[in-house]
Design a binder for this molecule. Sequence first.
Ligand code: MF3
Ligand code: CO
Ligand code: CO
Length: 265
Amino acid sequence: MAVHIKTPAAIEKMRFAGRLASEVLDFITPHVRPGISTEELDALCHDYMYKVQDSIAAPLNYTPPGYTPYPKSICTSVNHVVCHGVPGERKLKEGDIVNLDITVIKDGFHGDTSRMFYVGAPSIQAKRLCEITYECMWRGIRAVRPEAFLGDIGHAIQSFAEAQGFSVVREFCGHGIGERFHEEPQVLHYGRPRTGLKLQAGMIFTIEPMINAGKPGIKQLADGWTVVTKDHSLSAQWEHTVLVTADGAEVLTVSAGAPAPTPAI
Ligand code: MF3
Ligand code: CO
Ligand code: CO
């Protein structure tokens, strides 16, 4: 199936869904503290989406081919968890890093964004991994413009991550998004310049690099969802939903509390 070029009406709805997803992260931020369990964070986000926003949690019961239904409303990926961490009884503790990944559906359209959070004070290495991963996401976003290629995004991310001594997870990627959660194209976080699909104004996709402090290998846990680093090294991820505009990119998952872009150099 082809990559969608979104209509102006669809883009407007994607802006709204994107803002709501980012606002869930703003809402949950003060709750990310030592002692709270990841299922408490899930319940707080669930209620905010359903009772305050009148939005739907896209992950809840989401069942991609080959998967069992996802049992919760958000993903909570702590320390060596790469992605799709399932909220549970585990309590956050001082020094943990955690990715909270929020996808809302509003008026039939999806907004998908994630951020890293420090629980108390992070180690120097954990902080550096989170910051480098944030820069990776922004380097990917800054590679977006009409006539650029998907490979330019992947290359921007991979070259920076590896120059810092970190590695890029290969098994999961960004994705087209709109009326469906995951659509074409696949947005790899590694690659070569001027390869792959050529970008066109009106495309919307996520950029969501998963960067490991150690080796890139991953494994999936027996719950069928949680993905961890094979070497148990720390992993970080940031995600935005991005529109290709006439002259660059517009980030759709923005809100008052979204961290600022890094400076272009
Ligand atoms: N939000 C994730 C992404 O960025 C997907 C999570 S699928 C779920 O693509 F079912 F685990 F929620
Ligand atoms: Co995504
Ligand atoms: Co996501």
